[in-house]
Ligand binder design. Sequence first.
Ligand SMILES: Nc1ncnc2c1ncn2[C@@H]1O[C@H](COP(=O)(O)OP(=O)(O)O)[C@@H](O)[C@H]1O
Ligand SMILES: [Mg+2]
Length: 230
Amino acid sequence: MSIIRMEGIRKIYDTGKVKVEALKGIDLDVDAGELVAIVGPSGSGKSTLMNLIGCLDTPSEGIYEIGGDNVAGVTRDQLAEIRNRRVGFVFQNFNLLPHITIVENVELPMLFGGVAVRERRDRAVELLTRVGLGERLDHKPTELSGGQMQRVAIARALAMNPDIILADEPTGNLDTSSGTDIMSIFTDLWKAGRTLVIITHDPALAKRASRIVEIRDGRITSDQRNEEAA
Ligand SMILES: Nc1ncnc2c1ncn2[C@@H]1O[C@H](COP(=O)(O)OP(=O)(O)O)[C@@H](O)[C@H]1O
Ligand SMILES: [Mg+2]
């Protein structure tokens, strides 16, 4: 079953003086249970593609469906609703709130999603325990290492049980060893049946994905299954 279906996707940024065509016709289907790495040089359109997949932005042209929901022509509020229900985000800079505890950080999407207070806490504790932070529930992000902060971000991404986990350079601010640990959490989630799309320019990480999509100058230039996924 397709979780993501893109056909003829173009994205043009119109900054007034100049128009930048960041995506020039992307066709991309992602099935449930895939771990897709998106690779490509800086400026090739990776983050633009991630913003579209994650319903943070809408395409200038083309068809986009996520989980069967058509994104074309929806209002800002409807887009936000689709995003909250279907996508869990992991960012390079973690994007945690520094002055609240990590449990509260993981609870936040559930607060916005209307989950009852008791269930929010139980689920946040369970997810943080699963990523190895069960002993640090009342710590604040500022008291943690980069690798630990990224674990919190992954727990938060899982909080609303999304159809897809989207990560943009999730190891970009980590040392090699923490980066490898974070990638192992992603591959474990994949083995447990999750669908993930990870943008990375690190070939060692991309090699662990089940599929590697290369993008250059706004176009997909290579799209291959990877038998060595792990
Ligand atoms: N908000 C924006 N406004 C104008 N141009 C943008 C914007 N975001 C990205 N771009 C341009 O679109 C192209 C692709 O950028 P991006 O998707 O960030 O690439 P990548 O993530 O692969 O480095 C680049 O030329 C970039 O300068
Ligand atoms: Mg980028």
